[in-house]
Design a protein around this ligand. Structure first.
Ligand code: 2DT
Ligand code: MG
Length: 215
């Protein structure tokens, strides 16, 4: 690594069972094998105090008011920001499994309150802006062939469909580097595409400062 080059912030988003976690791990391995320092982050980060609350909420052990839980998901990202910036500045690339886009997509999919995209975005304004957002696209029927849903909150077809619509709205933002990829491909082909796009993003990120999301 050349001195002074920052790492890239690479986010994977997509519906349940699109293969995000598998692809994050494979990307991590490939980057490290090629000598590129990389660190994996997952949101929600369930190990912190806020993360434990979120985990209990997702496991349906506790209920939380909808605005409150949205702000907690955001706070769960903010608490990682000092570490994220430090790593990026050290030239370490961050591979992130879900980010603010899941936050907006899942809250705005909720019935009843009519959460606007704008309201949902506000708490995450100013987070480190991703250099690349890979959206793993998979039709709901195809996702269903990969096994059944788990028992956590939000794990049902109707909800995932609504979240998917919100993701599509967010993807219209041309100030962000969204890349939609066909997640119905086999694991290896998908990995090759993700690895290629990530290498490009890492090259470009090294030449420019880190920006702020939605600002
Ligand atoms: P997994 O651990 O299976 O990815 O599920 N979520 C996530 C939100 O509602 N808001 C957020 O900000 C984030 C990051 C998506 C985690 C579940 O939590 C939802 C699925
Ligand atoms: Mg899940």
């Amino acid at each position: 690594m050349a001195a002074g080059r920052r790492g890239a912030l690479i986010v994977l988003e997509g519906v349940d069972r699109a293969g995000k976690s598998t692809q994050c791990r494979k990307l991590m391995d490939a980057l490290r094998d090629s000598g590129q320092p990389a660190h994996l982050l997952t949101f929600p980060e369930r190990s912190t105090e806020i993360g434990k609350l979120l985990s209990s909420y997702l496991e349906k052990k506790i209920n939380l008011e909808d605005h409150t839980v949205h702000l907690l998901f955001s706070a769960n990202r903010w608490e990682q920001v000092p570490m994220m910036k430090e790593k990026l500045n050290q030239g370490i690339t961050l591979v992130v499994d879900r980010y603010a886009f899941s936050g907006v997509a899942f809250t705005s999919a909720k019935e009843g309150e009519n959460f606007s995209l704008d309201w949902c975005k506000q708490p995450d304004v100013g987070l480190p802006k991703p250099d690349l957002i890979l959206f793993l696209q998979l039709r709901t029927v195809e996702a269903a062939t990969r096994g059944s849903f788990g028992t956590e909150r939000y794990e049902n077809n109707a909800f995932q469909e609504k979240a998917l619509q919100s993701f599509h709205h967010l993807m219209k933002d041309t100030t962000l580097n969204w890349k939609t990829i066909d997640a119905s491909k086999n694991i290896e082909d998908l990995h090759k595409e993700i690895h290629y796009l990530s290498k490009e993003a890492i090259k470009e990120a090294g030449e420019k400062p880190l920006e702020e999301l939605w600002k």
